[in-house]
Design a protein. Sequence first.
Length: 190
Amino acid sequence: FECIRTNSKRIQARKLFDYNIVLIGFMGTGKSTISDFLKNVFAMDVVEMDQIIAQRQGMSISDIFETYGEQYFRDLETNLLIEMQSRSNVVISCGGGTPMRECNVVEMKKNGRVVLLTAKPETILDRVKDNHDRPLIENNKTVPFIADLMEKRRAKYEAAADIIIETDGKNELEICEELVHRLRTMDEEK
Ligand code: S3P
């Protein structure tokens, strides 16, 4: 009870989810935006994987790719997911490629519900066009390229997801309401 009095927000969040929410999806589907929203509304902690990896390495994602290569970056992602299993009630905002490794999906599910956010290639292009820290699309910011890469990844994204939320034409509040409602429905069914 002392805890409730001194830190009511945290307790409120604990009541809502006793596991981690793992947000996955292609670049620009809104993982970071939705994480921020959940953080503000439910006082949940957010782990922004790209940001933590960049901070710990002391360099941007683009520089990590350039200096050490993609596999090195992918290993950092796997290790971070394993590290997060000891936490709960955290929103984990993954990089767009994180669920491409099957072992990562296994790690995500150990203490998390996996939420896939989707968007049309046109929406994605619009959201990512002014950002320059996405090495996989930096020189290919076109609808056909994005659509093609998305299609190549689709099966793995869908296989990993516990729930799928389309984000086109919805605002942050609508997306979060849908997310919370569907997770709670899932919890009640268990
Ligand atoms: C990647 C997505 C990026 C980042 C890296 C690789 C991917 O994260 O992890 O550039 O493979 O799709 P965002 O989805 O946050 O842009």
